[in-house]
Design a binder for this molecule. Structure first.
Ligand code: SF4
Length: 383
């Protein structure tokens, strides 16, 4: 038996996960199945069934379709996906409707469908403009296909973002600067930059452990991140979250809802929702999710009700990832916990180390803290 989503909860955001890609890139450990396009129709049937648990359409301000590669779906199925999303989530006037895309296979037919269904924001997985780096990352597109995708999208969609990866084995600072310059030439509204990570279970992980790939020197990786912060800042982008940069008015509103530790709907394999204080994560295996949903069973693999203290700690970490940081008074009013009561000792230590600083009642990451932020958070989450 599936459990219905309670009606009294009104998350402002919804996420739909699409688990299909043309192939799996070497570094990727997302929930997806490559080369099983025969399952797309069943996936769409299951998605409708999962969303029917809502009983009725829910109003949201942001709807994000991610993956995987949602635009890998053939045009008719892409249209069905968007229709399903819009049927179950009624987007407020002026709402943000985002979709992730990849340059490979992105064409005018798909852009027309995206525009017809009201997509307002395209997030394009460019990753690099260097053919050698794209090959190393096992991406399936060329630099020219990125530019072509952008041209197609620009004609019909109001905002687009580029994802870029830095810190690939053998990459130089100059090469990364060229990537940033090439991205800026396309005049995106938003850029996300991620340092390459080696995740267990990926081919990159096994190549690393077999000595076929080497991690980049930490200092060089740090210099690359600094080049992104400084270069994008100089080009008029606001650095508003550790990995995200936006032209004025083009922040990702959907992610801002996550970072504000608000609740959100979610559907699809591996998708995580947070509703009425409860976190649920769907089965990560697309085929298990599919079988369970089609059999009328719950898609949920794990669920937990967070204590108010755990929620407060998470909200603090999410808030500190944003450059505007956390206002102590606002935080206490929203979470019911004073920052110092939760993490006073740890906070003082990080302030002393120069990784966090306080000004006007706000706690923020310092520039130094930006480079090591992932090492700060566990101390704040631990009780
Ligand atoms: S296109 Fe994106 S989601 Fe698909 S395999 Fe590559 S990195 Fe993963």
């Amino acid at each position: 038996m599936t459990t219905a989503i309670p009606h009294h909860s009104a998350p402002r955001a919804a996420y739909i996960h699409v688990p299909f890609c043309a192939h799996r890139c070497g570094y990727c450990n997302f929930t997806l199945i490559a080369g099983r396009d025969d399952l797309i129709a069943a996936y769409l049937d299951a998605l409708e069934l999962e969303l029917a648990r809502l009983d009725e359409p829910r109003p949201v301000e942001t709807l994000f379709i991610g993956g995987g590669t949602p635009t890998h779906l053939p045009p008719a199925q892409l249209a069905r996906l968007l229709a399903i999303g819009r049927r179950w989530f009624s987007l407020a006037d002026g709402g943000e409707f985002s979709i992730e895309a990849n340059p490979f296979g992105f064409d005018a037919d798909r852009v027309k469908i995206l525009a017809d269904y009201g997509i307002t924001r395209l997030s394009l997985g460019a990753q690099s403009f260097d053919a050698g780096k794209l090959k190393l990352l096992e991406r399936d597109h060329s630099p020219a296909e990125i530019a072509r995708s952008v041209e197609l999208a620009r004609c019909r969609l109001s905002s687009f973002s580029l994802d870029l990866i830095f810190g690939t084995p053998g990459e130089t600072l100059e090469a990364w600067r060229r990537d940033l310059a090439s991205a800026l030439e396309l005049t995106p509204d938003h850029i996300s930059t991620y340092g390459l990570t080696f995740e267990r279970g990926t081919t990159f992980w096994s190549r690393l452990t077999h000595g076929q790939l080497t991690r980049l020197d930490e200092e060089l990786e740090r210099a690359m991140y600094a080049a992104a912060i400084d270069g994008l800042g100089a080009a008029g982008f606001e650095h508003y979250e550790v990995s995200n940069f936006a032209r004025p008015g083009h922040r990702c509103r959907h992610n801002e809802i996550y970072w504000a530790a608000e609740e959100y709907h979610a559907a699809g394999p591996g998708a995580a929702r947070y509703i009425a204080g409860r976190r649920e994560v769907n089965h990560r295996s697309a085929t298990s999710w599919l079988k369970r949903v089609l059999a009328g069973e719950s898609p949920v693999a794990e669920s937990e009700t967070l204590s108010s203290e755990d929620r407060a700690r998470e909200a603090l970490v999410l808030g500190l990832r944003r450059m505007e940081g956390v206002d102590r008074r606002e935080f206490a009013a929203r979470s019911g916990f004073e920052v110092d009561a939760l993490v006073g000792r740890e906070l003082a230590r990080f302030v002393e180390l120069g990784l966090l600083y306080e000004h006007g009642g706000r706690v923020r990451l310092s520039r130094e803290g930006l480079f090591v932020s992932d090492a700060i958070w566990p101390a704040f989450l631990r009780r």
